[in-house]
Design a protein around this ligand. Structure first.
Ligand code: SAM
Ligand code: DTB
Ligand code: SF4
Length: 368
């Protein structure tokens, strides 16, 4: 469980981080990242849409809402055998986690939920982390998922409390928080993040991060999605965000939630390798791999593995324990001490930098 972290970020503080000069922001985020994570390791998850389309909700971004006329092919709940075959394929291509998504408003007790529990048990036996995103769940359902061996439950806040109402009317922000609270009553880890590029402003982005960071404990993983504007949804006309917005969002997430796994999620098909490399530098340490997200395209897994090789990244093994955090004061001082004092005061950091600087100085003198 993630502990000892600053939770009382104000929207103004988060916004000030988001708006920093990019070099400062990258430096700060990369410094925090190295404090808590191995910067060369990236956790790889594979998404599996176990029940597609026909959802009664009205989320303005979602191609699976029954009320919008999109091109997706709907499917009833997959069988346990189908899921097992897909999980084995994902494992052989380097994935440590399978995330099963269902286009449900909420989970209903009965044969379908029993089947999902069996899927969880089956993937768990393959020594992979299992995640589910099934909509709203009760405390009892959260406990049943935990007993089946669920590792993580994904339930996004998606935007700020204020902007949420502009995008979804069939449920409220508090409903999302309640489900996250139900998951927290078990030993299942929380995966919660959101989407940028839905027409929200930077204050909304800061508001969403403030809400996520104020959860105690903070989510163990945080997906940052760029909207995939799907034809037929109310957000079909939204212009794509720039890579700099994604980099800023990832970096800010890393700073306010130092221990979370920040997942570079939907939208990677539009990002260059250089852009993604900047996101990894800024603290992203997880991706969804596989040529499909739930219903929309994602980069081919071979292309991703080539990118990993190029950048010297390696896929993380499942069930890796997280490093223990430094003190809250150490985290926060990194953002308050603007320039006068060295930000990172641990002796080994200073020595490392001085030696690099000395070597660089020698090379310059020698004209290398
Ligand atoms: N029905 C469940 C729910 O809403 O929690 C689980 C599935 S839902 C598809 C999971 C998440 O996918 C959403 O919370 C949203 O963040 C993301 N998502 C859906 N459509 C998207 C899109 N077009 N672009 C980016 N992210 C999207
Ligand atoms: C999350 O935050 N992003 C994933 C996962 N959690 C379930 C889903 C992205 C979906 C993108 C649109 C689609 O493929 O349907
Ligand atoms: Fe349904 Fe989830 Fe899509 Fe909303 S995001 S319409 S709840 S599948």
């Amino acid at each position: 469980m993630l502990t000892n972290t600053k939770h009382d970020w104000t929207k103004e503080e988060v916004l000030a981080i988001y708006n920093k000069p990019i070099m400062e922001l990258l430096y700060d985020a990369a410094t925090v990242h190295r404090e808590f994570h191995n910067p060369n390791q990236v956790q790889v998850s594979t998404l599996l849409s176990i029940k597609t389309g026909g959802c009664p909700e009205d989320c303005g971004y979602c191609p699976q809402a029954a009320r919008y006329h999109t091109d997706i092919k709907g499917n009833d709940l997959m069988s346990v055998q189908q899921v097992k075959a897909q999980a084995l394929r994902a494992k052989s291509s380097g994935s440590s986690r399978v995330c099963m998504g269902a286009a449900w408003r909420n989970v209903k007790d009965g044969p379908e939920f029993d089947q999902v529990l069996e899927m969880v048990r089956t993937i768990n036996k393959l020594d992979m982390e299992v995640c589910c995103t099934l909509g709203m769940i009760t405390e009892n359902q959260a406990h049943r998922l935990a007993e089946a061996g669920l590792y993580a439950y994904n339930h996004n806040l998606d935007s700020s409390e204020e902007y949420y109402k502009e995008v979804i009317s069939t449920r409220g922000y508090q409903d999302r928080l309640d489900t996250i609270g139900n998951v927290r009553k078990t030993n299942v880890t929380v995966c919660s993040g959101g989407i940028i590029g839905m027409g929200e402003n930077v204050e909304d982005r800061a508001g969403m991060l403030m809400a996520l960071a104020s959860l105690s404990p903070q989510p163990e993983s945080t997906p940052i999605n760029a909207l995939v504007a799907v034809e037929g949804t109310p957000l079909e006309e939204q212009q794509p965000i720039s890579i700099w917005e994604m980099i800023r969002m990832v970096a800010t997430t890393r700073i306010v939630m130092p221990q979370t796994q920040v997942r570079l999620s939907a939208g990677r098909t539009d990002m260059s390798r250089e852009g993604q490399a900047m996101c990894f530098f800024a603290g992203a340490n997880s991706i969804f791999a596989g040529d499909k997200l739930l219903t929309t395209p994602n980069p081919d897994v071979n292309q991703d593995m080539e990118m990993f090789k190029l950048l010297g990244l390696e896929p993380m093994k499942p069930f890796v324990k997280k490093a223990q955090p430094a003190s809250v004061e150490a985290q926060y001082s990194a953002y308050q001490d603007q320039g006068e004092k060295p930000r990172w005061t641990r002796p080994e950091h200073k020595i490392e930098r001085n030696e690099v600087a000395k070597e660089a100085g020698k090379s310059l003198k020698a004209g290398v």
